[in-house]
Ligand binder design. Structure first.
Ligand code: NAD
Length: 471
């Protein structure tokens, strides 16, 4: 049993003032694997005070020192890769293919940010003004459970590069992963108070941090509903905010797409991280002229997406994070049938052969109309909607007919055509023919997927404020 009874303030693991405990589970077995003692509003105050004390000195460190810190952070995280993997598998149930990507990535973001910082000029001349890019001050990062340490590292890397100090409030459901990543970050020996980590309830610690007068910026990754609440609170003190929220991303298969390439990619994007991914391509847009062929290929290809025990390397879909999330996903599968969509694969209940664990069958609905709730609402599980379209214009209309705008995919044999379609898609990121990840490119959403960008130079500048000095 994991007993997690420390938070991290001012460079030390300390006892929280909060005295509430929450259970932690292994979602693949439904067994309780530990408990976490939750921080409270008093702890949030202590963490902000530590970050505030650290800010004056840290904000004036030379760039070279911060580059060195980023390298130390990378090394400290890379050393514990196998512990991070074990924690993510046990507490979250992530499948191997997701872990293989996210564990090294968590450390690499520090190196990528170091590279960005090396070539970044904090001063520029505009007319007669000397413009200085100054760190935001005390910042707050609030993260979700679906890639806990990845988000912690991404947000912290940008704060360190900028010279800002940070209080991190990770998801209360990810305490085991948080403990390992905190130990890693501690091992990098940063000055006390530069980062502080307080695990607690969103309504308690999250609210206290977002209302705090000494906090000048919030970077949040989570649901649109929570994001909305945070923006309202933050407005009272005019905090800067970066919002990385939900999605309902379209994967557009154009008529001339190579289906041997597109179909497996479309499913990989839809079932990414067991469907618990903001960028998951959950709406598959297919041309009417090739609809039956695409249906048949998807029905066949979905068999490669085995759901089950995350220890099994051949598994591509792990459990949902909680009973609540499992119930929610099941309710959407029921809803899809009630709305008149047809099951092409999967359905309600656990996958065959699994009698316990919060596992969901990889599910594809066909004949879906974009007005149905299963096509409009973020389900956050392995449930995809196959939607027919008439022509390219219709595909673009359907793709953009959503409250979200985080990511989209376009598949075509003609790259010029794919780019032309991409130009008209309302999303922060468009991926053509399954192109590779670019870690320095900006990431973030349009519409209700949020605002602000992370990673690379855009991510760095989200933690900076220009100050113009004239004369
Ligand atoms: P959530 O919104 O329930 O919780 C996210 C975090 O916010 C948690 O740490 C939670 O404790 C905290 N929180 C809750 N209420 C709060 C409040 N009133 N004030 C301050 N903090 C509060 O999200 P979740 O269920 O943990 O994560 C899944 C959601 O995250 C999905 O909607 C998904 O799309 C989104 N997400 C977005 C991105 C992105 O980059 N755009 C990435 C991953 C996940």
């Amino acid at each position: 049993m994991h007993i997690i009874d420390r938070i991290y303030i001012d460079g030390a693991f300390v006892e929280p003032h909060g005295d509430q405990w929450a259970p932690l589970f292994n979602p693949a077995t439904e067994e309780q694997i530990g408990t976490v003692r939750l921080a409270d509003a008093h702890d949030a105050d202590r963490a902000v005070a530590a970050a505030k004390r650290a800010f004056p000195a840290f904000s004036n460190t030379p760039k070279e020192e911060r580059i060195d810190m980023l390298h130390r952070l990378h090394a400290a995280v890379a050393t514990r890769a196998s512990d991070l993997i074990d924690a993510m598998r046990e507490e979250y149930g992530a499948p191997s293919n997701f872990i293989d990507f996210s564990a090294p990535r968590a450390g690499n973001v520090f190196l990528e940010m170091a590279k960005t910082l090396e070539s970044y000029d904090f001063r520029r001349r505009i007319g007669s003004a000397d413009v200085q890019m100054r760190p935001s001050g005390v910042t707050v990062a609030i993260t979700p459970w679906n890639s806990n340490y990845g988000f912690i590292c991404g947000k912290l890397s940008a704060a360190i590069a900028a010279g800002a100090t940070m209080v991190i409030k990770p998801s209360e459901m990810s305490a085991v992963q948080t403990r390992v990543i905190t130990e890693c970050l501690h091992a990098a020996s940063l000055p006390e108070g530069v980062f502080n980590i307080v695990t607690g309830d969103g309504a308690v610690v999250g609210s206290a941090l977002t209302a705090h007068r000494d906090v000048s910026k919030i970077t949040f990754t989570g649901s649109t509903a929570t994001g909305r609440r945070i923006v309202r609170t933050a407005a009272e003190t005019m905090k800067r905010v970066t919002m990385e929220l939900g999605g309902k991303s379209p994967s557009i298969i154009l008529e001339d797409a190579d289906l041997d390439v597109a179909v497996p990619q479309v499913l990989a994007a839809g079932f990414l991280n067991s469907g618990q991914a903001c960028i998951a391509g959950t709406r598959i847009l297919a041309p009417e002229s090739r609809f039956e062929d695409i249906e048949a290929r998807l029905r066949e290809a979905v068999k490669d997406f085995k759901a089950g025990e995350p220890n099994d390397k051949s598994v591509r879909i792990g459990p949902m994070v909680s009973q609540k999330q499992w119930d929610r996903v099941q309710s959407y599968i029921r809803l899809g049938r009630e709305e008149g969509a047809t099951l092409l694969a999967g359905g309600e209940g656990r996958p065959e052969g699994l009698s316990r664990g919060w596992f969901v069958q990889p599910t594809i609905f066909t004949g879906v109309n974009n007005d149905m709730r299963i096509a409009r609402e973020e389900i956050f599980g392995p449930v995809l909607s196959l939607i027919p379209y008439r022509d390219e214009e219709d595909a673009i209309t359907i793709a953009n007919d959503t409250d979200y705008g985080l990511q989209a995919q376009v598949f075509s044999s003609d790259i010029t055509r794919a780019r032309r379609v991409a130009d008209r898609i309302e999303a922060g990121r468009v991926i053509l023919n399954g192109a590779q990840h670019e870690p320095l490119a900006p990431f973030g959403g349009l519409k209700q997927s949020g605002f602000g960008r992370e990673f690379g130079v855009f991510g760095l500048e989200a933690f900076l404020e220009p100050r113009a000095v004239l004369g």
